[in-house]
Design a protein around this ligand. Structure first.
Ligand SMILES: [Zn+2]
Length: 436
């Protein structure tokens, strides 16, 4: 769960998913698969099921689709990174950022209000410039592969909502950051210390205040499935567990599940798509995996890692950026890091730093995923075959490459490759069976 904007950089440990995904929109998991752009994959068949339901076992046609989707994603990872960099460079070198700052100052004399107006210009400008790329990735491609269940209007409304939420967080973070830059020599240290309670606060409110802006969550019904999943959580030592079903099908056909929250807001969330397409045993395995994240306190490890990355990143920023500004101050039309006009430069630095440090953060994430896979197998008591089918379904329905190139997994995957997860649970199951 790692994204590039400053807000996302700060919030990356927000949820622990069952499946990995490169999130194309900033708040939601990216929507999920068929051939031509006028796909019929989402059309309901006469028996009420959709063509998408036949995604598993993987047919040769769907395998081709999987290969093409994976190839697209690999190219897009780099393309989107460089597009973002070029946009920010143009923003800086055109002097537009400095112009936004002087416009904001002309409107108001108050420092905090200047930040507010600057951010308004900044957000609208970047939203408009990035819109064609985000629309292509998040809407056109997701439709072409038969994942998206949204109309372009719905997609756009959701993007507005995301942008509005990002704006609120950005305003808080940016105001604090520039006040610290302008008053303390070691601003980066105080900023990193302050990021801890802020991150905990956001993780606390995410499940109850932010996620419901995009989807409806309802407690899982106490049918046979609900009772079994509740019993599984009780067995792990979680009393009165909060298990929710989310209408993820509102956005996409992709399947997933996740754990989120801290303290009282901790919960396990299953996508309605997942519940529909998985058997009770497969869902028990998915649930076991999420309980693993919960019991092994992975959200705290995520928060800890985020703080370390913020500390290193902002320290380097303080050492590097003032020199860059001195060198290009003629072009940028501002001359201090303490000016809000430097924000695109800070974002540029964060983009590059996040990209470069991904192998480390994703590496830590993959270790936690292996641990959760193993915990899930032991707790749920399902056999290796059930766990294997769960992973195969994930690959088939989400068009996830089960066997990516090593370097791609190393750099970009926050979850291990599905074939490795399968091999890992098979090995563990053999050990468990031997000991019994
Ligand atoms: Zn996980």
């Amino acid at each position: 769960m790692i994204r590039l904007s400053i807000v996302c950089f700060l919030l990356f440990p927000i949820v622990s998913c069952f499946a990995g995904g490169d999130n194309s929109s900033s708040v939601n998991n990216d929507p999920v698969a068929a051939l031509e752009s006028n796909t019929t994959a989402g059309v309901l068949a006469s028996d009420g099921t959709s063509e998408f339901d036949t995604g598993y076992p993987l047919s040769p046609e769907r395998k081709e689709l999987l290969i093409s989707y994976s190839r697209f994603k690999n190219i897009w990872r780099f393309a989107r990174f460089f597009i973002g960099i070029i946009i920010l460079l143009a923003f800086l070198f055109s002097g537009l950022s400095a112009k936004f700052e002087s416009w904001a100052e002309r409107i108001t004399g108050k420092k905090t209000a200047v930040y507010l107006f600057y951010l308004l210009f900044y957000t609208v400008f970047l939203f408009v410039v990035n819109l064609p790329f985000d629309y292509y990735r998040g809407f056109i491609i997701e439709h072409r592969y038969g994942f998206s269940n949204q109309s372009s209007g719905e997609w756009l409304i959701e993007s507005f909502k995301s942008e509005a939420i990002t704006f609120v967080f950005l305003f808080i973070i940016v105001t604090i950051m520039y006040k610290l830059i302008n008053s303390l020599k070691r601003w980066w240290l105080w900023f990193s210390i302050g990021a801890l309670p802020f991150l905990v606060f956001v993780m606390l409110i995410y499940p109850t205040l932010i996620a419901p802006i995009f989807n409806t969550f309802k407690p899982i019904e106490q049918t046979k499935l609900g009772q079994e999943l509740t019993a599984l959580a009780e067995k792990a030592g979680i009393h009165n567990p909060d298990i929710f079903e989310v209408d993820a099908s509102r956005q996409s056909k992709k399947i997933n599940a996740y754990f989120s929250g801290v303290f009282g807001s901790k919960r396990i969330v299953l996508y309605d798509n997942t519940i529909r397409l998985f058997t009770v045993d497969e869902l028990k395995y998915v649930m076991g995996h999420e309980i693993g994240h919960y019991m092994m306190n992975h959200m705290w490890i995520g928060i800890g890692l985020a703080i370390v990355m913020i500390l290193i990143g902002f320290y380097l920023m303080d050492k590097i950026l003032p020199g860059v500004i001195r060198r290009y101050s003629q072009k940028f039309k501002f001359d201090r890091l303490g000016q809000i006009a430097s924000l695109p430069l800070i974002m540029l630095f964060i983009s590059v730093f996040s990209f470069v440090s991904q192998p480390l953060t994703n590496g830590v994430s993959r270790i936690m995923e292996y641990d959760a896979d193993e915990y899930g197998l032991r707790l749920s008591g399902v056999d290796a075959e059930t766990a294997q089918v769960t992973f195969e379904k994930l690959s088939a329905y989400n068009l996830a490459d089960p066997d990516p190139a090593g370097i791609i997994e190393f750099w970009f995957y926050d979850h291990p490759a599905l074939n490795k997860r399968i091999a890992n649970v098979n090995k563990l199951y053999e050990e468990i069976s031997k000991n019994n």
